[in-house]
Write a new protein. Structure first.
Length: 132
């Protein structure tokens, strides 16, 4: 007969709570979607892109490892930030986006509208002149 040690109190407590399985990240989206941010920062690396017609827009260069955006899994490099809290992102500076996100709370989340990559040399149809 093989003797086994009794489980520790901590092990019994974990077993009584049940185990939680890690959720698989959702694949990067090919359609526009909203990402609700209950607190900032969200973990997006942003840059401003400019077309020859002076149209500008914000491009997501990637996500920060361990951030809310990375955990969500739908955000991928090259996607476009379309709006922040209902304000057209093309009219905002990267710093203004950061300020909006830092003001997010669970009771007043900031909703980001994220669109797939645009292959157009003139930018997405909704781009705007550069903010001042």
């Amino acid at each position: 007969a093989v003797a086994t040690a009794a489980p520790s109190a901590a092990a019994r407590a974990r077993a009584s709570r049940g185990t939680t399985k890690a959720r698989a990240a959702k694949p990067a989206s090919t359609r526009a979607f909203n990402l609700s941010v209950p607190h900032g920062p969200v973990g997006l690396r942003l840059r401003r892109a400019r077309a020859s017609n002076a149209c500008t827009w914000l491009v997501i260069d990637g996500t920060v490892d361990g951030s809310a955006a990375a955990a969500d899994g739908r955000v991928a490099a090259g996607m476009l930030l379309r709006s922040v809290g209902g304000i057209a992102a093309a009219s905002l500076t990267v710093r203004a986006v950061q300020q909006q996100l830092l003001g997010a709370t669970p009771r007043a989340p900031v909703v980001l509208e994220i669109a797939p990559h645009s292959d157009s040399k003139e930018g997405p149809a909704w781009c705007a002149p550069a903010p001042e």
